[in-house]
Design a protein around this ligand. Sequence first.
Ligand code: ADP
Ligand code: ADP
Length: 230
Amino acid sequence: SADLSVRSLTFRYEAGLAPALQGADLELTPGRKVALVGPSGAGKSTLLALLMRFWDVPAGTVFIDGQDIRSYRSEDARRLFSLVSQTTYLFTATLRENLRLANPDAGAGDFERALDQAGLRDWFVRQPDGLDTWLGERGQQMSGGERQRLSLARALLQNAPVVLLDEPTAHLDPLTEREIIHTLHAVLKEQTVLWATHSLKGMEWMDEIVVLDRGQVVERGTHRQLMKLD
Ligand code: ADP
Ligand code: ADP
């Protein structure tokens, strides 16, 4: 696990445009769960993309264990994060290969544990003839919720210091959304988590909620504090 610190992060996509992020601050210590909550366009995806080094981070704004993220090679910086996004891509035809890509070094026990934790055990017990056929070629039959579970299983296999959740329930029906939130809560106990979402629903278990609006942090506190219950 790593310490992650975002300090006064300002970022614009183009000169002349309003900044997508303006002076955003965030601290993630090992095991901490932080929700980044805000409406569409608030800057959540931009912040996650900067952490993953999809865009160039301005100097002196993101630190991992006290070290400027720009001093990491971008592949190394990317390896610090496991991403569960709104859309789960099936990268290859077989589900087994989709999992294998997440961590080529993972052993059979790791696969079993990750699938079990993500609630996908049924997908391989129905195929009892060994690792190669655990999941078969049934990717196209996966429901939205099952795809998000696959994405979670990939993130668990990557075993990166920080798990980034980018609206992982955005395209799910409300019942499936509730199940996926429940699974994430049950599974992500030890991990350091940054969860971007437009809603406070299911965020009771996060340690801190950071509210973003038009690129700025406008409020922060526990779920109870934000709901004005304390
Ligand atoms: P959120 O994830 O909270 O919906 P985004 O980070 O996607 O917000 O967007 C923040 C702001 O940056 C918005 O004003 C959006 O229009 C703008 N933006 C996002 N991506 C790009 C891009 N590739 N080029 C230009 N502007 C962008
Ligand atoms: P280490 O102590 O070096 O982290 P582990 O024995 O914990 O090694 O893990 C061995 C392999 O299993 C690594 O590739 C790691 O990414 C993976 N792994 C560890 N924990 C889990 C887990 N809960 N689910 C799936 N894979 C895991």
